[in-house]
Design a protein. Structure first.
Length: 137
């Protein structure tokens, strides 16, 4: 149950604009809790669970519910977290467009991919400027 692996995996394809945002952290914790539940579930099926493992299972189930609710409500988002999350989201779109454009033959899709690269870069620049202006970096 290592949340850092998801955190790294979410950043690995990015070429730039990697952010430390709360959404990525909560997703990493959410997935880690689920993996822990699955691991303990397999242990239960193989040989049962000790009392401490049963408490761990209860803790992970409760944590999954709490973290899942945070992800659903997004109540951890403030100005800074929104901008950081969106910067990374836009960077992912740019990476996908860059990796796809040379494989595409449809002219309309090529136009769309070029528009994504242009507009998303402009919006990343705008959001970075907003972070600086609001002194949120």
């Amino acid at each position: 149950m290592d949340y850092r692996s998801y955190y790294i995996n979410e950043s690995i394809s990015l070429e730039r604009n990697i952010t430390d945002n709360m959404h990525k952290l909560y997703m990493a914790l959410f997935m880690s809790c689920q993996m822990g539940i699955l691991e303990l579930g397999m242990m239960y099926l193989l040989h049962g669970l000790s009392q401490i493992e049963m408490y761990a299972m209860i803790f992970l189930i409760i944590s999954t519910i709490i973290i899942g609710n945070k992800l659903k409500t997004l109540d951890f988002l403030d100005e800074k977290q929104f901008l950081l999350s969106m910067i990374e989201h836009h960077e992912n779109a740019i990476v996908m467009a860059n990796k796809t454009i040379n494989k595409v033959k449809d002219p309309e899709l090529i136009t769309l991919l070029n528009n994504i690269r242009t507009t998303q870069n402009q919006e990343i620049e705008q959001m970075n400027n907003m972070l600086k202006r609001m002194k949120l970096t």
